[in-house]
Ligand binder design. Structure first.
Ligand code: FES
Length: 144
């Protein structure tokens, strides 16, 4: 089976007994924070690209916390999910709106496109995956 494209509405899971890493590629805009933080686990050239057993659950959780888009998430088997408090919206430098909190993104008809703790929304107008950022801002000269 091939890896999903960014437009696929799928979530892949990579699990050990201690931690589950969820990856939703349609939300990823390739900040590469995960790769820089923990390259022994996150390797875009490898298949599978997440080697969840190559570091401790705490190390993986810390690296995934740096994911700005919400494409990577973790959960601990048997533990209740912690819900974030409040909602922060930050305009990143020359990039997307970074939203953290209890996030729910709807389309124009009110259909839920995404629910989670983070999202990165396009503000350059160039994403092929609107309303989500797909990284195009890094190539289209967007400044803001
Ligand atoms: S802000 Fe990232 S593609 Fe538009």
């Amino acid at each position: 089976m091939s890896e999903p494209t960014t437009r696929d509405r799928v979530t892949r899971e990579y699990a050990t007994d201690e931690i589950v890493v969820e990856w939703e590629p349609r939300l990823c805009y390739h900040s590469h924070n995960c790769v820089r933080s923990l390259p022994e686990v996150f390797d875009e050239q490898a298949r599978p690209w997440v080697k969840v057993d190559a570091a401790s659950a705490d190390e993986i959780e810390a690296a995934v916390a740096l994911c700005p888009s919400g494409a990577l998430r973790t959960r601990r088997p048997g533990q209740a999910k912690r819900r974030p408090l409040g909602l922060d919206i930050r305009a990143s430098e020359n990039g997307p709106l970074l939203i953290r909190g209890d996030v729910r993104v709807l389309d124009a008809e009110g259909n839920v496109l995404y629910e989670g703790d983070k999202a990165a929304l396009c503000r350059c107008g160039g994403s092929a995956n609107k309303p989500f950022c797909d990284g195009t801002h890094a190539r289209n000269g967007f400044r803001g």
